[in-house]
Design a protein around this ligand. Structure first.
Ligand code: FES
Length: 106
């Protein structure tokens, strides 16, 4: 039997399933631990933390950090071997590297 929208998920802070679902849809927390911003859910005894993690997976879009995105993975890195890239790709990687350095200085 599943929890209903008005059922309590976090007993310590009386946070309902509906409140957590609304929070996830509105705030789009990247990590399950950020659900604690919803009326402190999960920050008391800890009983509900596994449920909050499952609800995060159910209600929130999966987050992929930029360094794991497909774009970044296909960009050359300074650590690649000479046999792994052609000159154009290598030069393009350097341009992106220099642009990143310039942006970090600003
Ligand atoms: S039931 Fe959620 S922290 Fe205790």
């Amino acid at each position: 039997m599943a929890l209903k929208p008005d059922d309590t998920v976090c007993f310590c802070f009386k946070v309902s399933l509906q409140k957590i679902e609304t929070f996830c849809k509105m705030e789009k927390p990247r990590y399950a631990s950020q659900i604690s911003d919803c009326l402190s859910a999960g920050t008391g005894c800890g009983w509900c933390v596994p449920m909050l993690k499952k609800l995060h997976g159910e209600f929130c879009e999966p987050y992929t950090p930029p360094w794991r995105s497909a774009d970044v993975q296909t960009q050359p890195t300074r650590e690649q071997n000479a046999t792994e890239v052609n000159e154009d790709t290598w030069a393009s990687g350097r341009q992106q590297y220099l642009a990143g350095k310039k942006n970090n200085k600003q």
